[in-house]
Design a protein around this ligand. Sequence first.
Ligand SMILES: *[C@@H]1O[C@H](CO)[C@@H](O)[C@H](O)[C@H]1NC(C)=O
Ligand SMILES: *[C@@H]1O[C@H](CO)[C@@H](O)[C@H](O)[C@H]1NC(C)=O
Length: 274
Amino acid sequence: MPSGQPVFPRRVPDAYIAMRGLVVASLLILLVGGTDAFRICAFNAHRLTLTKILARCDIMVLQEVVDSSQNTVLFLLQKLQRSDKTQVLNFYQYNDTEDIFAREPFVAQFTLPSKILPSVVLVPLHTTPKDVEKELNALYDVFLDVSQRWQNENVILLGDFNADCASLAKKRLNSLLLRTKAGFHWVIPDGEDTTVRASTNCTYDRIVMHGQGCQKLLKAAATFDFPRRFQLTEEEALRVSDHYPVEVELNKAAQGIPPHCLSTLLLLSLSQLG
Ligand SMILES: *[C@@H]1O[C@H](CO)[C@@H](O)[C@H](O)[C@H]1NC(C)=O
Ligand SMILES: *[C@@H]1O[C@H](CO)[C@@H](O)[C@H](O)[C@H]1NC(C)=O
């Protein structure tokens, strides 16, 4: 790029990163102290400066990252160790023929170190605030599409759904297909604050689980209050994100499962690169 030319922040597409990370020494404590659970996270992360948030997770769905260098995600992958707990089986970007989604869900199927649940499908979504209801109802179609295509009913839908406050009234929320159809469990409950600002209290970020295997392995689901954990002021935290990550922990039940070969996974939805 010629010098003097401004560098515009650029939106990188939603990305999955599967990892077992050791970024800094302090992180060892988190991991050593951790359980045998498998953690799947979604984070509307403005900046990826606080890598120890990401390193908590075996699979992380990243959204809304602003990357002026365009290299952040690759740099991050170099810093984080590779995952030995999961592999990508397959993936595709949902064919949004009716152009409903602002960001078409980039769907992927991962292996899990579990006999009960050998694989799980992740369906991420970052809605646009003005179309939350429409997009969330269309997400049910994505669920049907992917569960049929891969013959897997164990699906986790997750991300910044904007499913609260001014973007979605409670009554509309309760009439969503993902609420009225049987078998969907909203494991981040209504009323859970997923926003960093003390002045806001909205459950924007969600994890919705479907399938018996998911139900059996579900151990815990929560937001991760990173400002409190890392003792950040609100201002410091807001430089990372105005959202908390949302996380679900699955019991591993890994007996008898050999470790998967080392792999680092980074899937970018190419159509969003431009
Ligand atoms: C998406 O669906 C449309 C209509 O069915 C089809 O014409 C198009 O080829 C599809 N695109 C992809 C990438 O599958
Ligand atoms: C957010 O509001 C809910 C009620 O909708 C309440 O139960 C919860 O304690 C509030 N959280 C915070 C952090 O204020």
